[in-house]
Design a protein around this ligand. Sequence first.
Ligand code: HEC
Length: 203
Amino acid sequence: MSADFTKSVFILIVSTIVVASFSILVWVLPNLLRTPELVANSTAKPLTAIQVAGRDIYISEGCHVCHTQMVRPLEPEMKRNGRANQEPDDIYEFPNLWGSKRTGPDLTNLGRKYSDQWHLIHLIDPRRVVPTSIMPAYPWLFEQVLTGDDITEKMETLRFLGVPYTDDEIANARLQVRGKTKGEALIHYLQSLGVDTAEEDGQ
Ligand code: HEC
């Protein structure tokens, strides 16, 4: 009887479904139900169109492979990287960019730390501002111009996922992005990091 149990594909499939459904029930469902509460307690602001475009460059260039956006609530880490992440901070993050490896510093609270000019030089050639840097250079980001052709669809998708964009914001998105370089959009995104949540704590 016990030998039959391990050989039955049917029992394997049924037991897998039972275990997976249990995980959804205790892990996923309660968090979905808490979403309205998280939204009510969040100071996070939706990204503007140009920041959304910049975030896509951040993802496509793999910045998240070397940089985290996740400060844990530990004293030494907060001293180095600023305010620790809180659950309601990430309600508009699709997908989240917490990352898992810190070849470079954490960027959660990066906004306003440097000028736009500093970021421009650093992205074109990191060694010009940090001589010992091992970060790759991204000079082409300031040569490639965005058309903005897909930004409307991206904003609509984000709205579908719960980001409260108005019709006007979506209608003007293309105008905001068109003609800007990839690098400019990326800097707009970098300068927004942690700014909305820092205001809440008066930092
Ligand atoms: C191979 C790993 C690697 C990749 C990929 C990488 N970085 Fe870095 N980054 C670093 C390292 C190492 C440093 C620290 C030295 C420095 O400041 O250049 C750094 C520093 C930074 C800083 C300064 C942070 C601070 O607080 O001083 C910013 C901003 C930054 N990177 C942005 C980016 C962006 C945007 C991308 C993607 C376009 C990127 N990085 C890709 C390794 C990386």
